[in-house]
Design a protein around this ligand. Structure first.
Ligand code: CMP
Length: 139
C-alpha cells in the first residue's frame, strides 16, 4: 500500500534564488500538508551522510559540497500516495527533462542544482524524515 508521507528539501540554489515562497505555494496547491519543516544548513559531514547511498557516484563530492553550501528548507509532507505524487509535482531529476509546470522545470538550473529533493520510496521517506526531525517536531 502506498504511504502517505514523503520528505523534501528546498536546496541551496532555490533558497539563494529566492524561490522558497513559490515552491511552498506549489506544495500547498498540490494538496500536500506540511507536517514538519525547518530552515537549516547541512554541514558537509551531514550532507555526506544523507547522500551516502551515492558515495560511489562520480558526482558525490560535488553533491555534498553543493548541499552544504548554503541554507535549505527541510520538510515532511503528507498526502495520499505522497512519494509518487510529489515526484510528479517536482519533475525529472534533470530539469531539461522535467515536464512543463513542474517545480524543477520552473526553478532548477541543472541536474546538480535541481531546486528540490523528493524521496524515492516510502522506506527512504521514513529514513530521510527521521534524519532531519525528532518525533516532537512532527505534527
Ligand atoms: P536528489 O533527488 O536530491 O538525489 C540525488 C542527487 O544527486 C540528485 O537529486 C541530483 O541533484 C544529484 N545528481 C544526480 N545525477 C547527477 C549528475 N549526473 N551530476 C550531478 N549531480 C547529480
Amino acid at each position: 500500500m502506498a504511504g502517505n508521507r514523503t520528505f523534501t528539501m528546498i536546496k541551496p540554489d532555490a533558497v539563494k534564488n529566492g524561490h522558497i515562497g513559490a515552491i511552498l505555494e506549489k506544495i500547498n496547491s498540490g494538496g500536500f500538508r506540511i507536517v514538519a519543516m525547518k530552515y537549516t544548513k547541512l554541514s558537509s559531514e551531514k550532507a555526506g551522510e544523507f547522500y551516502a547511498v551515492h558515495k560511489a557516484r562520480p558526482f558525490y563530492g560535488e553533491l555534498v559540497e553543493f548541499m552544504s553550501s548554503g541554507p535549505i528548507v527541510a520538510a515532511i509532507l503528507e498526502k495520499d500516495n505522497a512519494v509518487e505524487d510529489f515526484r510528479t509535482l517536482i519533475g525529472a531529476t534533470n530539469p531539461a527533462e522535467a515536464a512543463p509546470g513542474t517545480i524543477r522545470a520552473l526553478f532548477a538550473t541543472s541536474i546538480g542544482e535541481n531546486a528540490v529533493h523528493g524521496s524515492d520510496s516510502d522506506e527512504n521517506a521514513s529514513i530521510e524524515g527521521s534524519f532531519h526531525f525528532a518525533g516532537t517536531e512532527i505534527f
